[in-house]
Write a new protein. Structure first.
Length: 166
């Protein structure tokens, strides 16, 4: 999705009505489709709000995990943020290339690299946090405060159940 697209343009009501008349009711009512659309919207909104910070949602999650868990290796960070090992490896390379994290050999096992956020990375998280908060608010804008809490509770429950089923 283009980052200049307005939130309201991502799935206009007219498109939903027109598509529904085109026999798409079945697809548009399925949770999997709606979750995929919501993920697309979440990424687009994050990109819009964080455009000036040069950080993706994946990089943000990884950087927070490194900040909050200094000294862990990429495999453990991958587990914390639910990324596969190859994805987290690419993300860590990008973060290191930007000077946002430091990777050092583990003194107990030199084959393993331990991670630490750099001063630059900590500053980036501090400066981009208001944009991240705005993105979260925009994603849930159609819901009132009680609905937001309930929605978050429900999706956390679904995620937890699926994570435990693996």
């Amino acid at each position: 999705m283009p980052s200049e697209m307005a939130f309201d343009d991502l799935l206009p009501e007219e498109a939903v009505r027109d598509a529904a008349h085109g026999g798409m009711d079945d697809v548009y009512s399925k949770p999997g489709h709606l979750i995929r659309r919501l993920q697309q919207i979440a990424v687009a909104v994050f990109a819009q709000e964080c455009a000036g910070h040069d950080i993706t949602p994946l990089q943000y999650a990884a950087l927070v995990a490194v900040r909050d868990n200094p000294g862990l290796d990429a495999t453990r960070i991958a587990a914390l943020v639910a990324f596969d090992r190859s994805t987290i490896g690419n993300v860590m390379e990008r973060l290191e290339g930007k000077g946002l994290i430091e990777r050092r050999a583990n003194p107990d096992d030199r084959r393993v690299k331990i991670l630490k956020i750099s001063r630059r990375g900590a500053r980036l998280l501090e400066t981009c946090e208001p944009a991240v908060v705005r993105a979260q608010e925009r994603m849930l804008d159609p819901l009132n405060a009680d609905e937001r809490r309930a929605f978050t509770t429900y999706i956390r429950r679904v995620v937890a159940r699926q994570d435990n089923a693996r």
